[in-house]
Design a protein around this ligand. Structure first.
Ligand SMILES: [Zn+2]
Length: 186
């Protein structure tokens, strides 16, 4: 058995990540650390606060945020409201931020949180890593985030009132950034 002691690259505190953790906060200095194959590495996290929201929690939740376009190739419905197609075209008609929750969540909740932010497109203020801000562990890799994003988009479209039957789309997106957003602001 081989034991490897992981240490924080910033303060050398021993780290104790769970099996699924991709990025964790150092328990001592709170530096976000990526649990990479070749050892722990400092992770760039953008601390983001939706405009007009007050920060009242130390707990910041991780999101993978893509920027780009969703191209709807085919959207078949069974009828219902005609506004569904228009809403869909309007939402995906331009480039936007595509949010994917990166912490451990059941699929339904991840779809809920992601689709709300994607539809709201809140104005964001970036701040320096606030003192005491503790990033909740991220368990979703960027590759999995891309897959999860597809389920979030599907959830947005399936919720329209025209009874979605079939959906086909392409993603034109960049590599995601890891953001932290404070509890209670999304
Ligand atoms: Zn540390």
């Amino acid at each position: 058995m081989k034991l490897i002691l992981l240490r924080c690259p910033n303060c050398s505190e021993p780290l104790n990540p769970d099996n699924d953790d991709v990025v964790i906060a150092c328990p001592n200095c709170l530096t976000p650390v990526a649990i990479a194959v070749n050892g722990p590495q400092k992770m760039t996290v953008r601390f983001a606060v939706p405009e007009n929201k007050a920060v009242s929690s130390r707990r910041w939740f991780p999101f993978w945020v893509f920027e780009g376009r969703v191209h709807i190739l085919r959207r078949e419905t069974q009828g219902g409201s005609r506004s569904g197609r228009k809403e869909s075209e309007k939402l995906w008609g331009s480039s936007r931020r595509l949010y994917v929750p990166a912490w451990e969540l059941v699929l339904h909740n991840a779809q809920e949180v992601g689709s709300q932010l994607i539809q709201q497109q809140p104005d964001i203020q970036f701040v320096n890593h606030p003192e005491n801000a503790q990033l909740i562990s991220a368990t979703v890799t960027p590759t999995d985030a891309r897959k999860l994003l597809e389920f979030v988009i599907l959830a947005v479209e399936a919720r329209r009132r025209d009874w979605l039957k079939d959906l086909e789309f392409d993603l034109e997106i960049n590599d995601p950034e890891l953001w932290g957003m404070p509890e209670g602001t999304f």
